[in-house]
Design a protein around this ligand. Structure first.
Ligand code: S3P
Length: 192
């Protein structure tokens, strides 16, 4: 009678998980950068795009290109609710692109339907966080930001948005750091 060979428990033959990375196995190759105006989404997005060799998409730029006018003009002519409709439509198109580094607008991830839409993609959501003082300083120099008024209104808007920003999977501080340092930290997350 034939006897089976002795079982060898030391050499895994069928289940080899050595290359298995639980953080990235279900991932789509997409990075969504979110955070307040002036948090560095575009600058850091461009660096990540260069390092990863993935296309960079700036949601605001997509909206402007589609309308042929600046964001400020869209706000002035048609108001914020109309801008949010355009933003939603642009987002729906943009999230079909893979691979991609996508810089959202400061308000994109502060609307629940957008949050759901983005999370369903399986891309990595990264909140670029920094202090309100830094945001105020950076926003003070921006001309094309219709929602920025005085420091108090910035603080109020930020307070409303923080609960949404906290829904991002990753939070990366940009405070006092060079954009390349931030990009390198994001690349080390191994989240995509
Ligand atoms: C907005 C931020 C802007 C732009 C629009 C509205 C916001 O994008 O989408 O002015 O609601 O915070 P940035 O965050 O790229 O400045």
């Amino acid at each position: 009678m034939l006897t089976p060979p002795p079982l060898d428990f030391t050499t895994p033959r069928f289940l080899d998980f050595s290359d298995f990375d639980p953080m990235s196995w279900h991932r789509r190759k997409q990075i969504y950068l979110l955070g307040f105006m002036g948090s560095g989404k575009t600058t850091i997005g461009e660096l990540l795009s260069r390092e990863l060799q993935w296309p960079f998409i700036d949601l605001d730029a997509v909206i402007e290109a589609g309308q042929g006018v600046s964001i400020r003009e869209i706000f002035e002519r048609s108001g914020e609710p109309f801008f949010r409709q355009l933003e939603r439509a642009a987002l729906t198109e943009v999230l079909k692109t893979e691979p991609a580094v996508i810089a959202l607008g400061g308000g994109t991830f502060a609307f629940e339907p957008n949050v759901d839409l983005i999370r369903e993609t399986g891309g990595a959501t990264i909140w670029l966080d920094c202090s309100v003082e830094t945001l105020q300083r950076r926003c003070a120099n921006m001309q094309n930001r219709p929602l920025f008024g005085d420091p108090e209104s910035l603080q109020r808007l930020l307070d409303l948005r923080l609960p949404y920003y906290r829904l991002a999977e990753f939070r990366v501080s940009t405070e006092g750091r060079e954009p390349m340092q931030v990009a390198e930290q994001i690349l080390r997350l191994r989240a995509f």
